[in-house]
Design a protein around this ligand. Sequence first.
Ligand SMILES: Nc1nc2c(ncn2[C@@H]2O[C@H](COP(=O)(O)OP(=O)(O)OP(=O)(O)O)[C@@H](O)[C@H]2O)c(=O)[nH]1
Ligand SMILES: [Mg+2]
Length: 388
Amino acid sequence: MVFLERCLKYESKVNPLRLYLRNGFKDSLRIYVKGGAGGNGYPKFGGVGGQGGSVVAVGREHITLEDLCRCNQSRRFIAKNGTHSTHNFILGPPGESLKFEVPLGVTIYTDEGKKLGEVNKEGDEVIVANGGKGGHPKNGFLGIKGQAYNVKLDLKLIADVGLVGFPNAGKSTLLKAISHAKPKIASYPFTTIRPNIGIISYPDFRQISVADLPGLIEGAHANRGMGHEFLRHVERTQLLLVMADINGFRLGYQYVHRNCLDTIVLLNKELELYNPDLLSKPKLMVINKMDTVTDHQHFHNVRDKILNISDVLKSYPEEMRPEIPFVFDDIMAISAKESVDDVNLLKNKIRHLLDVHNEIKKKKELEEKAEFIANLRHNLGERGPLVV
Ligand SMILES: Nc1nc2c(ncn2[C@@H]2O[C@H](COP(=O)(O)OP(=O)(O)OP(=O)(O)O)[C@@H](O)[C@H]2O)c(=O)[nH]1
Ligand SMILES: [Mg+2]
């Protein structure tokens, strides 16, 4: 713990999302946890043993799963046993709990897949293994063992914006253009093999984090390609930025060429198959590589079709057709590589959309609260006034 505190002091001035860039990216970790055993009771005086300590995960902003490995290389987290009851201490003191720090966005599962809890905010605590009860008259004065098992820490990034698209669409190129991130960029598919995070910094010091994910291909839901397993990282983003290449995509010569609209329909289908809730998020459509086409009418055609997607989908085979069609907040045409103006416009659009949706969310929460209070008042009124 002391070492961890030292690590944290050193890291405390660094933006937590930047830590992922520096430390590489680990999004899953298996550890062993063991709650302390309860202390034995003292039959002669009816003494009760101390409760065993628990193992508790605590959410901390400035930490990564790599830090956790570095600070506890054995990956064993064991709490202290409760003290036996004696003639001096009829009630045995409880064992000390072991608290360890985990990054925000971690969900903890047992090997059987049971979810123990989520850590989403600074200071959130999840009891990962309970300590055993102390021995007392009803259990024959024998302390009970604490829970002991392996658990998996699954990290979902908490970025503001998630970049999704087919491979080669230019997602990493965009991330590089809007932030100081240095993702690998190349003209072949699947250049990005793990999520990258970049921070957009605005002149008024506002910062917005963007997660660039490996490209998705059709059939991703059936584990084709590698994008699917990373989709969980967009589950907690507030805005989805869907990116498509105006020229479409072809995985290789043995595969069919998908035009720009096809790739958007296929992305729609893949996101829906992964988790339909993703489709209710605010979404921005960005058509990239506009510098490669001379005729902008092509973009307008694609945009018109996206706006009429329900009709357009009728012409697609059933297996490609999503049930919940994309509805975008806006559709933009850019050249991530060649146009600084386009990139700046996009940066401002991202900020604007996040602000608008946050306002809507806040308003909705206030309305729900007001409705709850109104219902409460109504119910109390029916039962007559409260007498205190
Ligand atoms: N002409 C042009 N080329 C672009 C543009 N944006 C990206 N590219 C090129 O497209 C290729 C793929 O770009 P990436 O940024 O690696 O694409 P990606 O979507 O991150 O690809 P994956 O990581 O494989 O999913 C690279 O050769 C880029 O230079 C653009 O606006 N115009
Ligand atoms: Mg990439």
